[in-house]
Each structure stands twice: as C-alpha cells, then as structure tokens.
Design a protein around this ligand. Structure first.
Ligand code: ZN
Length: 307
C-alpha cells in the first residue's frame, strides 16, 4: 500500500518533468537567442552522432538528427518537414546507414549548398555474415556482400569519425578552430579511457561468443576479441530453421543470455531464450549519451559473458 501511494505521485512528477523538457527542447532552437556569430546547423543520421558533434562543437552547433530515437536507421524514411529543414543546414554528416543510400540524392536536392561529409571515410567495413550452415543459402548471402554499417560501436572507429567531424567544423568556422581542436582532444582522451575500461571489463570472461538479434556489434566484437552470432541478418526475420540452429548453437556453447535491442522486436530472442531456459538482455547501439552507454554496454557484455 505504502509503496503504490508513493510511486504514483513520483510517476506524475516524472511525466511532468519529461513533458516540460520535451517542450523546452522542441521550442529551444527556434526561440533561443543566438550567441555571438550564428551557430552552425549540422544534420546527422543517427542519435549517437549528435553526441559526437556536440562533444566537438560545444555550444557552437545545433544538431538535427534524421532518424529519431526508436526508429530503425536501416529503413527510415524522413518526414517532409525534416527534408524542408535541411534548407537551414550547413552540413550533413553521413555515417553510412541504410536509409542514406536511398535518401542522399534527395537530401542534396533539398539544399544544393549543403556540405555533405562522409565521416566513415577511411574506415574498413566488415561484411555482415549470414548465420547459416546451409551451403546454398550461405553462398547467396556472401554474394550480396552486406557491409556492416554499425561503425559507431567501436571506440577506435569513433575516434576516426571524430577527426572528420572536427575537420568539417573547422572548415565551416575557421575562426573557432582552436576550440574545436581542444574539444576533439578532450573527446579522444575520453575515448582512450573508455577503450581501456572495456578491455579491462572483458578481460578473462569465460565465454567469448554472444548471440544477438540484430547484428549491431560486429566492430565491437572485432575490437575486443568476441564472436557475434546474429539471429537476424539483412533485416529479415529468421526462419524456423534458422531459429533452431541458433538454439543448437546456444546449447553447444552454453550461452544463456540472448541480446536484443529496443529498436527491434524481441520476439525471436524471447523464443530462443525460452527454449534454452535463459533470458533476454537489452543493449542499445543508439542511445543518446554514447560514452555512458558504451560503459553500460561493456558491463552488460562482461556480465553476460562471465556467466
Ligand atoms: Zn542496425
């Protein structure tokens, strides 16, 4: 009784706080007074990129994210008002997620003066391998050569992207190059510390294989000597046969936790977890506070792989 009496008002306060924050955020950029020299308007594809730009630009850039929280960057379709808002943007920072391939020409058309920068330039992409022991199927998937777009789950590769963001900001606003450089250096130091923290967390875990619904952690696995076993590949729901195979694999390697992410259905992961008497853990590659999220992710992986 006591508990529920206190819980409800707390929820109301939370909802009110959330709403007013949302309203403030919604009204903020247009209504806020412009500080000395118009700040830059930068558009990015996904939420973690907003964090990267803010780390380097500080107060000097407002950031617009095309794929909102909870949406799938592989298949997202921008709304008409988002396309119109591009007219006010100075630069678009690409990262190489699926929807860009479909929309980039239209994005460029919406603002011919837009500086388009590929922040993934120079990054060697991994191939998303089909999880299948069916020879014929496997061959087909390899032909498609699905390149893994999830380059932001690797601190090492985020450092490369941070350099590209710094160069873009310095090019658009050379007067503040020194600020951008100082911010870049602080961010790179945080990335180094994070990398060391992840290495330490994953040192000596019992199992180095993990099962995940959507294969977003390929670069993380590559950097930290883990092996990703995906349930879904190329955006398709797994067949009953594919599910059965993952279940066999889980039993073989004594895997008890199936990872999933909030942006996708957890149904397949739950089915497998039920079959193996295990459980589902959620990890998001798209959380807004990238640094904090990667720390949480490292802890989750350390727990899951240590079991
Ligand atoms: Zn993805």
């Amino acid at each position: 009784m006591q508990r529920s009496r206190y819980r409800n008002p707390f929820r109301v306060v939370c909802a009110a706080l959330f709403l007013s924050t949302a309203l403030l955020t919604a009204c903020g950029p247009a209504g806020a007074p412009q500080d000395e020299g118009a700040p830059l308007h930068i558009t990015v594809s996904i939420v973690p990129q907003e964090y990267f730009v803010q780390r380097i630009a500080g107060e000097r850039a407002s950031v617009t994210v095309m794929v909102p929280t909870g949406a799938d960057p592989h298949t997202y379709e921008p709304r008409p008002e988002q396309m119109r808002a591009l007219a006010r943007s100075d630069a678009y920072l690409q990262i190489g997620v699926g929807f860009e391939y479909v929309w980039m020409a239209r994005i460029q058309d919406a603002n011919p003066d837009l500086l388009v920068v590929d922040t993934a330039e120079g990054i060697q992409r991994l191939t998303m391998e089909a999880h299948s022991h069916d020879e014929e199927e496997e061959e087909q998937e390899h032909d498609e050569e699905l390149l893994d777009p999830h380059i932001w789950v690797s601190p090492r590769l985020v450092a490369v992207q941070a350099q590209a963001i710094y160069r873009t900001l310095a090019q658009l606003d050379p007067e503040h190059e020194g600020d951008y450089r100082a911010n870049l250096e602080a961010f790179l130091a945080d990335i180094d510390a994070l990398d060391a923290e992840i290495r330490q967390a994953l040192e000596g875990v019992a199992n180095r294989k993990f099962i995940v619904f959507h294969p977003a952690w390929g670069y993380f696995a590559a950097d930290y000597d883990l092996e990703q076993i995906p349930i879904e590949v190329g955006g398709t729901e797994p067949s009953a046969a594919a599910l059965a195979e993952v279940i066999t694999e889980a039993r073989e390697h004594d895997i008890r936790v199936i990872l999933a992410q909030p942006e996708f259905s957890t149904q397949a992961a739950e089915t497998i977890a039920r079959e193996i008497g295990g459980r589902v853990e959620l990890v998001s590659p798209l959380a807004p506070d990238w640094l904090e999220n990667m720390r949480t992710v490292a802890q989750t992986f350390a727990e899951v792989l240590g079991e």
